[in-house]
Ligand binder design. Structure first.
Ligand SMILES: [Ca+2]
Ligand SMILES: [Ca+2]
Ligand SMILES: [Ca+2]
Ligand SMILES: [Ca+2]
Length: 235
């Protein structure tokens, strides 16, 4: 009888562990591969009507410290063109001599501040050794002084090509629930596996999502509900 009670207690404990683990938001969730796996409707182009080959109908001002533009090459603004694929669907391949000290960065300037709730970053079509291994997402309100929101170091998070990976806020998730709204969001690549040799860098797409505002103390539970609500709407 005593053994049975102990066994029952153990089973209950395991069940609780499994349930509580599955309740926690998963880190770095893989959404799938290809353009159709992008969430779409992100802050840089809520209508998904931007021209993939020129800076027309986007809802942000873009800037970068390498190859600014959508057309004529594998330019940096291709990370916002709503497409995953080869050539002008991606940003490739890094300037000669390797990644500069300040990192390789591309910035989206929004019209009004937003509190970041989640974002996706997608791998490009080929050569995994070009994936960012050390990178950050940063926020700013003056375009000069940036605060690190999310940081990843030590290896590629992508297991397939053209793979869309979701990063989100919340307990056990990828970055802390944000209480500050930012107008500028910057993706900075600090290193890749093949940096600094040859064509050593590439990204397929970046999507930022958030709630409009300069930021206030938000109940984390309310924030999570909002996040999941908007995620479901987008799926
Ligand atoms: Ca638009
Ligand atoms: Ca393009
Ligand atoms: Ca987009
Ligand atoms: Ca793209």
């Amino acid at each position: 009888m005593k053994t049975m009670l102990v066994l029952a207690g153990f089973v209950l404990m395991m069940a609780y562990f499994v349930i509580s683990t599955s309740d926690t938001a998963q880190a770095e969730e893989i959404l799938g591969t290809g353009t159709e796996s992008l969430l779409g409707g992100d802050l840089t182009d809520p209508e998904d009507d931007g021209d993939p080959e020129q800076d027309v109908d986007y809802n942000a001002i873009f800037s970068a410290n390498e190859e600014p533009g959508f057309a004529g090459g594998e330019f940096s603004f291709n990370v916002f063109d709503n497409l995953l694929g080869p050539g002008n669907d991606k940003w490739c391949c890094g300037p000669g001599g390797g990644i500069p000290t300040e990192g390789l960065h591309v910035t989206a300037e929004l019209e009004v501040p937003h509190v970041l709730t989640h974002f996706t970053v997608s791998s490009a079509n080929d050569v995994p050794a070009r994936d960012p291994t050390d990178w950050e997402v940063q926020g700013s309100n003056d375009g000069t002084n940036f605060t690190t929101i999310f940081a990843h170091a030590g290896g590629s998070v992508w297991t397939e090509r053209l793979q869309v990976v979701l990063f989100e806020t919340g307990a056990g998730a990828d970055f802390p629930v944000q209480t500050t709204g930012y107008r500028f969001f910057r993706h900075v690549t600090i290193n890749t596996a093949s940096n600094p040799n040859g064509a050593y860098f590439q990204i397929g797409e970046i999507e930022y999502f958030g709630t409009q505002g300069t930021g206030t103390a938000v109940d984390p539970k309310a924030k999570l509900t909002t996040t999941w609500g908007s995620l479901k709407d987008n799926r």
